[in-house]
Structures are given as structure tokens and as C-alpha cells.
Design a protein. Sequence first.
Length: 446
Amino acid sequence: MKSSLLVVMLLVALVAAAVEGKVLMGRMSTEEDFVYIGKFTYDTKGPGLMYFDSNDVAPAGDVELGYVTLNLYNDEPGKPWTWSDVWNNDKLSCQEKVNLQHPISSNKGVIIDGQDLKFEFNEDETTTWFLTVSDCHLDSNAELEMDFHLHFINSGSGWINECSVEDQNMLTIFFLFFALWIVAVPFFFVAIFFVVFKQNKELAYVMKMFLIVVVFMWIALGCYFTHYAVYAIDGIGIPSMQVSADVLYYLAYILFMIILLLSVSKKEKPVDLPIVTWAIAGPLFFLYLVFFLWQEIYVGLHPALQHYRWDVPPGIVMACIQVLIWVYFAAVAVFQAIRHAEFRLFMVVFAAAFTLWFLFLPFMAAVLAMVEIYYRKKWMTGMMWLANTAAFAVFALLAVPSPLSDKLGTSDVFSKPTYNTNIIPDRLVNNQASNEDDEDDPFGGL
């Protein structure tokens, strides 16, 4: 098969993690005779619409003969037009693929000749439709070219009709969490000011790291909210802002995992972690970042497939890596609890609380694999933001002075530690004893 040069200036495809929007537009120029151009999932609440406009369609001779057509398929199982059975099926010729399409397009495709096309969809079940453009008589030395504008509209109000089903209610999710965080985050910073600076104390290094996590997450949340708010208006959104949010989110996510390892290792800074930790956890964090980048571009590499972030290869590997990081986190916590009785209560509570956070993502990914693909993205998004918000709140409660943190011995978190420790109180640290024991402590504990 000839290599194709398909230049489609889709704002949702210029960046890897862009959502499949209702508006796709651009210039097509390819040597392929059967080309995927977009997909959209319609709900069952009422008629959905699709508009297709084209200009400057070439080759002109093939256009005049009616060879250039728009073809429609969907994900109904067991049908001739089932997309997964048609796309990338090397056993089928271009014309055979065209002949298998849904009857809504007369099984022969709708001729593209510069006229505006309109389709209406009334679905009994949630259905994803896939569109291709074909010219099965394309000469070997010619290219299939056109400027096109593809516009999908779902049923429902303006809050959701701009969105494919998998993206419906994403704006609601981010609005709710943005409203929550816009109140909680300033309150947290005010608490830090009064507890730390008013008492002439210096903020511990690990808490500075936690503040970075909170700020990154807050900015990411604002970017997500802004992207989906614009997306609800124009069907495109701001894909670059969504990608920036993804990067900030996962940087904060990785940094928070490092903070948790620092806490159970009783170290203040990453550079203080022992070699064994970097030898084991370091490669895992690096791989997590690499597979995140692969996960981020996976959509762009496979635009024609029905995909969901956590059931594609990079997402599955990331979930497994997170479990491995948790195993090391739990091992360190158990070791410290056994070795240092004075920290046992803290280690038990801390490890138990954040074990739930570590395993929540892999657990939800496994559970949602049994849910229809249209709903996985929004369920995972909502549940992960809930889990992260709860985890950050627990960490903050363990850090600020309160009956709980006093009982666990963690209320000195905002004070500058005299030893490499973060939320372990200075009064429990015996520097001399710790120096003597370090040689026998593979995890770099007290």
C-alpha cells in the first residue's frame, strides 16, 4: 500500500490528546483511495445531525464520474458495516469496503461533488459513526484532494450537544471540581501562612514540593475547564490547553508519588533517598513518564480506533507500573514500622490511607473495562479527580496542626526539620542513633 500524505488541519488532531470534536476541518491530500476522516458517538435522546461541506475536490475527472464518495460505518456488532471489521482489513479492496457501508448512505457512498451534505441519526442505542472518503478509481499517479468541513451535532442542550457521548458531562465534572478547588486551595495557602510564617517557621522542603503539586493540579484543572467550556461552544475547544493540562497533571501525579516515598522513607529531599530507592523506584518513575508520553500520542497514531486512555497498551503498562511503585512504597512503610516502634502508628495510618490512592487508578481501570467504552472516560475522570482531591486533603490534614496530626505525631510538618524528614516530627528524631543505624537500613530510615 502506498504511503499517504494526509494533511488534515484538524485542531483536534494537531495535538496528541485532543478530543474528537464536533467540528473537523482542513485540507486533504493523499495518494490513498480509502481515507478515514472522523468519528462521532450519538446518544439516544433525539435526532443527531451531521453536515459535510467540501470544495476544490480532485481529481476533477473522478468527481464528474461520481467516483469520489463519502462512506459511513458504525460500531454495531455483527453487521457488514461494523467498522472494526472493515478498517485496515487488507483482504478487502477499496470497492469492497465501500460496498459494505451502512444503508444510510445507500451502500454505494454519497457522491462528493462540492454540494453540501446533511445526515440525520436516530439511535435506539448509543452508536459511534465512522466516516471515510474514497475514490476507488484513483489513478496511481493522482492524489485525492479536497477542502472539507465536517460538523457533528448531538441531541440535548447546548451544554452537551456539541460533544460526542464520551465527552458529554466532562464540562460538568471539571466545573464542579474547579469550583471546589477555587475555594479549597486559597484556604490551604492561608492556613500555611498563618501556621508557618506567623510562627516564624520555615516551610519544610517536602511541603514545598506538595505546594508545587497543588499548584500544578490547580492550573491543570483550570485548563481542562477552559478547554471544555470553549469546546461546548465551538466544538473544537483549545486542544493545546488540554495537552498542557495533561502534562501538568501527570507531572504533579508523579511528584506526589515521590512525596509519598519520601514520607515513608523519612527523608526530606529526593536527593536524600538512598541508592536502593533510586535503583528500584527511579526506573519505574522514568518508565511511567515515557509511557505517559506514548499514551498521549496514542490517539494521534490511531485516530480511527475507538480508544480509551486506560485500556490501550501504554495505559495498561502505566497502571501496572503504579502497582509496582505501590509495592515498594508498602515495603518501605512495613520495614519502617517494624524497625521503629515510635513511628508505627504513623506508618500504619499513612500507608493504609495512601495505599487506597495508589491502587485506586488500577482498580478503576479494571472495573471500567467492563463498562461500555462510551462511558469509561468520564467515569475515570470524575473518580480520579475525587480520589486526588481526597488524597491531597488527607495529606494536608496530616500536615497541619490538629488533634489527628498531634496524635500521629505529624503536626511539625511545616517546621524546617533538623534532619532529613518531612512529616515525621523533629522531637522523635534522634540524629545520633539514626546515623549509627543507617548502615543497616537499606531504605535509609532513621
